[in-house]
Design a protein around this ligand. Sequence first.
Ligand SMILES: [Zn+2]
Ligand SMILES: [Zn+2]
Length: 525
Amino acid sequence: MATKKLVVIIKNPSNDEEFLLLKQTRPPKFGDEEYDSYVDSDLWDLPSAQLNLLDGESESESRIAVEGEELCSEKLNLSKFDLNLAINQVLAQVGFGTSGGIQWKLRKCVEEPEFGPGVPLQTVYIIGKFGPEDAILQELCKWMSIQSCLNWLSDVKPSSDRVGPLVVVGFLNDLTQSAKWKIPHTFPLQEYPPGVKILPMGSRTAKPFRTTNLVVFAPENVSDDYGDNSFVAHGEALIVDPGCRSEFHKELMEIIAALPRKLIVFVTHHHNDHVDGLSIVQKSNPNAILLAHENTIRRIRKDDWSLGKTLVSGAEEICIGGQRVKVIFAPGHTDGHMALLHVSSHSLIVGDHCVGQGSALLDITSGGNMSEYFKTTYKFMELSPHALIPMHGRVNLWPKHMLCGYLKNRRSRESSILKAIENGAKTLFDIVAHTYSDVDRSLWIPAASNVRLHVDHLAQQNKLPKEFPVEKFQTTCGWHFLSRWLWAYLNSGFPLKYQKPRTAKMLGAVAMAGFAILYYLVRNN
Ligand SMILES: [Zn+2]
Ligand SMILES: [Zn+2]
């Protein structure tokens, strides 16, 4: 069951070209001077409200009618939802009077691809023409033409106002669809900002996610005039992180076949859920060139990629169809982790540095480093991106806010780790058990990786108490931790009141523990 949303396109009665945009509410402040000093620019989008199911058995007689609503009834039966409430909520947001006498028409119904981990979003767009009774707009509203929205979206300055995805996905994409490089319809995608297509594809990723976003960039008007020759690579299309599971390789093959042959394949880092489709890309287009950091390339198996490759270390620029994409070294998650900035839309593809929801894990087995992670987070904020595109989950529209949230979360974990150490915890297990006491014990294994990196970070900052035996602590990070965790895990799974744990359950737990140990040793997210 998807979440439903009503989006209202209000056309200006005195100018047919224009429709109403509403300044979007910012996420709440942190109440911290540093974090609150990083402010994202204003975001303008179509007004919208959540659609809730009608609770009564009878439909209201005065229900607002929408011309053509039957056209989306297969996907969403509007008559089951409280349309009046949603429309009135929108009108209250924009400060207009009641909706009496307005002719509403269905514009379209959009199903969001499955970004996860929550349910997908279904959006119904309706359109009507009217303005405020006194013809004066509130400060939060403005009339905008399609052309000015396109100008805002295609020539972005770091701190300029932004146009949101409801305008783009529900309105502009129909008008600006590329006819040249059409991705087959087998895979649902989202295009925001315009020109940047995001396809969540099933992958071997870590829970709660199930997909990795394949980012595809293939400008319509390919320019042969590449200007100066300082670009590290030229192409007519770019794909980022083809990491889908083998079940989706057929679809990936179709996507590659639909794209121009001059293809650049960029990989943010080497984890399986980012490279599992590489061999298929190579097979479908042997001329494609792989771009990645050398620490990533050396971890990619020859079977996955053996042909053309170019090493990048950050600060290089790639030219795709005459447009610029900047490579940004972004270590922290791994030591070869990279991000990409699409210059004209100023959107930042962040790899696994951030995920659509929750916090990111760092990979201690591949050079993950907390100090680098903090530095990269600040580097991203200095760029003032207009949108963050993670490889798992939805696009984030409040980049600085999200990045500050990550800083805050990591710092608060670090201070509770320090507190555990000051209270006498000396082993990895004791610190994890103290810091993550409220978290399911099955998640303590990946959490332990982050704890080790936090302890390293505390040591670098000379924050650890003198009596904390760092070297002894290191010796408790292997089997010592695993054996104690296994004992704790089994005890939590079988409370003492169950005197006769069933063999199958016990075997299940042991298998899970074995899996977790394996995961710990060869983590490959
Ligand atoms: Zn990943
Ligand atoms: Zn990863």
